[in-house]
Design a protein around this ligand. Sequence first.
Ligand SMILES: CC(C)(COP(=O)(O)OP(=O)(O)OC[C@H]1O[C@@H](n2cnc3c(N)ncnc32)[C@H](O)[C@@H]1OP(=O)(O)O)[C@@H](O)C(=O)NCCC(=O)NCCS
Length: 171
Amino acid sequence: MPDDAAAMARAFVRNRAHLAPWDPIRPDDFYTEAGQRTRLEQVDAQRRTGVIERWVFDRGDGEVYGHITLNGIELGVYLNARLGYWVDAALNGRGLATAAVSGVCDHARRQWNIHRVEASTNVENFASQRVLGKCGFEEIGLSRAHLFINGKWTDSKLFHRILHTDPIAPV
Ligand SMILES: CC(C)(COP(=O)(O)OP(=O)(O)OC[C@H]1O[C@@H](n2cnc3c(N)ncnc32)[C@H](O)[C@@H]1OP(=O)(O)O)[C@@H](O)C(=O)NCCC(=O)NCCS
């Protein structure tokens, strides 16, 4: 998986301004192949323990045009995971995030029998809130000073989508 380190670095360089309002301030090496390789090796180690999965948006040209992750995958009685995503600025408004979020929710249920997918967005991230709304997520609250984003503590709207509509507990 660290094989896409160079493409990830190029994607983050291209999308630096696009992602900056919603991301932590990144160290300089975040925008380099070496920095991305280190980061992806850490993700890969977590992936082998089953707590995270990631997918990239790919057009077959060796570049990365977006990214979607399930973090904090927890099985047992909770069957819960947290969602994160971004799409290349040049490809926004074509329904890519909506299709990916829906597809990953379906996959989470099929692959791990996940019951609940959580997401949060900055209170001002209206595009992301719209994506979640289109994908059947419901807003469940406001978390004040939720994430340290772009140099300050910011409020987030919390969302979830319940994947098992059947009230009987899955086995
Ligand atoms: C948010 C993001 C993932 C959306 O990706 P996308 O592929 O453009 O999303 P989609 O095309 O599937 O849907 C976007 C929807 O938001 C709407 N939208 C866009 N900007 C909007 C705004 N300022 N206010 C309200 N709605 C907005 C679009 O019209 C569309 O809704 P529609 O289909 O009803 O017209 C992308 O803009 C992005 O990567 N942003 C930066 C990173 C980020 O915010 N990640 C999510 C963190 S929670």
